[in-house]
Design a protein around this ligand. Sequence first.
Ligand SMILES: Cc1ncc(COP(=O)(O)O)c(C=O)c1O
Length: 387
Amino acid sequence: MKTTFLPFSRPSIGADEIEEVVDSLKSGWITTGPKVQQFESDFAKFVGAKHAVAVNSATSGLHLAYLALGLKPGEEAITTPLTFISTVSMLCSLGVKPVLADIDPNTLNIDPGEIEKKITKKTRAIVPVHFAGLPCDLDRIKTIARKHRLKVIEDAAHAAGTEYKGGKIGALSDATVFSFHPIKNMTTGEGGMITTNDDKLAEKLALLRFHGMNKLAWKRYGKGGSPHYDINCLGYKYNMMDIQAALGIHQLRKLSAFNALRSKYAQIYRKELGSLSQIHLPQDPPYGIVHPWHLFIIVIKTETLKISRDEFIQALSDQNIGTGIHFKVVHQHPYYKELFTAKERNLPNANYVSERILSLPLYPSLNIGDVTRVCAVIKEIIKTNAR
Ligand SMILES: Cc1ncc(COP(=O)(O)O)c(C=O)c1O
């Protein structure tokens, strides 16, 4: 057995990021300032959106996007059950009811056909999540949204660098929210970005993220600035710091190279594991995509094995291989179970994968030997435990 532990995820931070952070620290300005402004401008250009508003997490970004797009208590928003809790918890925090639509078992993304079935008079928004980075069928989703006059807020926490039919995710709907948490394809430690083409929305988001204040601190305290400010609406403390943006500026420049490496390792996983009848791998959709491979997901068909998914995880851990679970579906968490009726929790595709899903190590600093070792261990576990 190999003695060194292979983690499930690891950020790639280089000398450029470190120098830029040190520059921030030495500059006398470490919170929201010129580096955040540069990062926003670079990110907006990268995704082809008019505006990018930096925040301290995608969770904050989702909260502000829902709020700024006018979602109100008692209204409903349709999303996927296979997501991190923020997608749903930020709806709940505004008194908006999350309505879960089942996933497509091939892509593991929300099934547009299921969205249509869940629309009621109270529905105001659709929140597609590009699961593992694979883009949802946005044209179908936007057609449904137009027909029913709904907002579309993309949860693109996994989708930095994702392309859908030749266009980057980030400029294709009302608002798109990215995450820069350390396991993501690019990181700022913690952080997020909201992108939009809507001038008024961008202005509102910028107000909301910093107390509803009409002027950023670095404009007030800079040379020639006036110390006065006004509070124009109820706001939050969701701003990103320059120290974080210092990381983001360089991570963004490296994103394409990072994603190319992720893709290279994902192709090895696909080749090695694709023919195993005990494992289901998510499939590419019929439309054109660039997949950033945020996660390499396998669905273990536990009915073909003598062990459960959690025992499978333990067997990998015994061989010093780390894994992740993305995700236990929303409606199976104790708090959220109470929010949905048994009928609303009857989502057969999502329920099937929730018990069987597993994320394998995937990040730029892996090497081919690491990936082939993971595949060899998986094959051995299956051989030992096949029914
Ligand atoms: C699908 C999804 N949405 C939202 C988030 C929240 O991101 P953050 O940690 O930046 O708040 C995550 C984080 O893992 C996520 O996976």
